[in-house]
Design a binder for this molecule. Structure first.
Ligand SMILES: Cc1ncc(COP(=O)(O)O)c(C=O)c1O
Length: 402
């Protein structure tokens, strides 16, 4: 989780002002600022015009990717059921990979997709643990042959476990073939796309129905803050809008003011926080140049760490690093039962109180993960972690050698 003085100040403003922009009339300034910052961030990420307000799409700030995913699943579901009739809900199928965040499985359950219709497509070292379009095609073809209806496909840019990037364009083409909703989950790594050298990872986003990114992960913005862009605001609001008499307001009376958004219709809850002010403060404080420098500093430190780990014969890098996450472990040839040794190494590093790392399991292997993400993290901190890691590795290996 990322935080900064600007994010802190923005959060205080959000909480202190207690503006609740659920309908436009409750705070026209807050609702309109949200539209403005969503287009700003979308442009910084190089998102296609069709996902921005200026191109007919639009964006909303939610609390988490989990909420955003439920909303997009509901929109996809209702778009399909409007065509097929409600009874067809039992036929709808959602596709993801074994590296996709579990929130998609939970979201699918929440919107009524039968659990047996959630396809977890396996990935492998051969595909770099990315979701291969031909594997999706095979799964879709099998389902269609059984009379099922492909509904929704998730592509991840920066998977939670390993930071892997799914091939968005190829998956988008696959989704188009069957009229599936394509969601691009760029929760963590989407922030990197503000740097031109990382924008290629979002190539194909023009085929997406929705894209999400969490500024509270790597964008110097205090929790909570999740950006969700959709190509068709109508698809989202058709699934989520409510229109009781007591919420009718002057902004949305059909007079055609495009900025007059009732954001209650873009999310699950009615009340909502003034997150736009927080993101606005971060954007104004750091600017594109400052935010890019922040991302590049972390990536450079992670790159150094990856190179250093790879050069030490005791260690191996488990998946090639793309952003600021390095996944590595002590090699089995040095470690006997490598999983136990790596578990002990991680526990020893964390018990030191000088660094905190997490783990993942891929292909049955226990993997240690170093994520460079703190607002004040510098190269020197990562070099210190490497010193610490070597000390602890030597201790652990010695114990295993005895
Ligand atoms: C790729 C990815 N998607 C979704 C999530 C869930 O994000 P949130 O906590 O905002 O729901 C995470 C969190 O780790 C993530 O890494």
């Amino acid at each position: 989780m990322n935080a900064s003085a600007a994010g802190f100040a923005g959060e205080m403003l959000s909480v202190g002002l207690n503006v609740v922009p659920f309908v436009w009339a409750a705070s026209p300034a807050a609702a309109e600022l949200e539209g403005v910052v969503m287009d700003w961030v979308g442009r910084l990420l190089g998102l296609p015009q069709r996902l921005l307000f200026s191109g007919g799409g639009g964006g909303v700030l939610q609390g988490s990717t989990c909420e955003a995913v439920v909303c997009t699943l509901a929109a996809a579901r209702d778009r399909a059921l409007a065509r097929l009739g409600h009874a067809a809900i039992m036929k709808l199928v959602v596709y993801a990979s074994d590296q996709t965040h579990v929130t998609f499985q939970k979201g699918a359950r929440l919107v009524g997709i039968p659990p047996s219709n959630f396809r977890v497509v396996p990935t492998s070292a051969a595909s770099g643990y990315g979701l291969a379009a031909d594997a999706v095609r095979a799964a879709v073809d099998r389902d269609v042959a059984r009379g099922l209806v492909p509904l929704y496909l998730c592509a991840t840019v920066g998977t939670t476990g390993l930071g892997v990037v799914d091939p968005v364009r190829e998956l988008g083409e696959e989704a188009r073939r069957h009229g599936m909703w394509l969601h691009v989950d760029a929760a963590y790594a989407g922030s990197a796309a503000i740097c031109p050298e990382f924008q290629g990872y979002l190539d194909g986003a023009e085929l997406a129905d929705s894209v999400s990114m969490n500024p509270h992960k790597w964008f110097l913005t205090n929790s909570d803050c999740c950006c969700l862009w959709v190509a068709s605001p109508r698809a989202l609001t058709s699934a989520l809008s409510t229109d009781p008499e007591y919420l009718k307001n002057v902004g949305t009376d059909g007079t055609g003011n495009p900025a007059a958004i009732d954001y209650k219709d873009w999310q699950i809850s009615l009340s909502r926080r003034f997150r736009a002010i927080k993101l606005w403060v971060v954007l104004r404080r750091y600017g594109a140049v400052g935010l890019r420098a922040h991302i590049r500093r972390h990536v450079a430190a992670a790159k150094w760490f990856e190179r250093t780990v790879a050069a030490d014969e005791r260690f191996e890098v488990v998946a090639p690093r793309k952003f600021s996450l390095v996944c590595f472990r002590l090699r089995a040839s040095f470690a006997g039962d490598a999983d136990d040794v790596n578990r002990e190494l991680l526990a020893a590093v964390n018990a030191s109180g000088r660094a905190f790392m997490t783990h993942f399991v891929v292909d049955g292997k226990f993997v240690i993960r170093l994520a460079v993400g703190g607002a004040m993290a510098e190269m020197q901190h990562v070099m210190d972690v490497w010193e610490l890691l070597q000390d602890k590795a030597e201790d652990v290996l010695q114990r295993y050698r005895l």
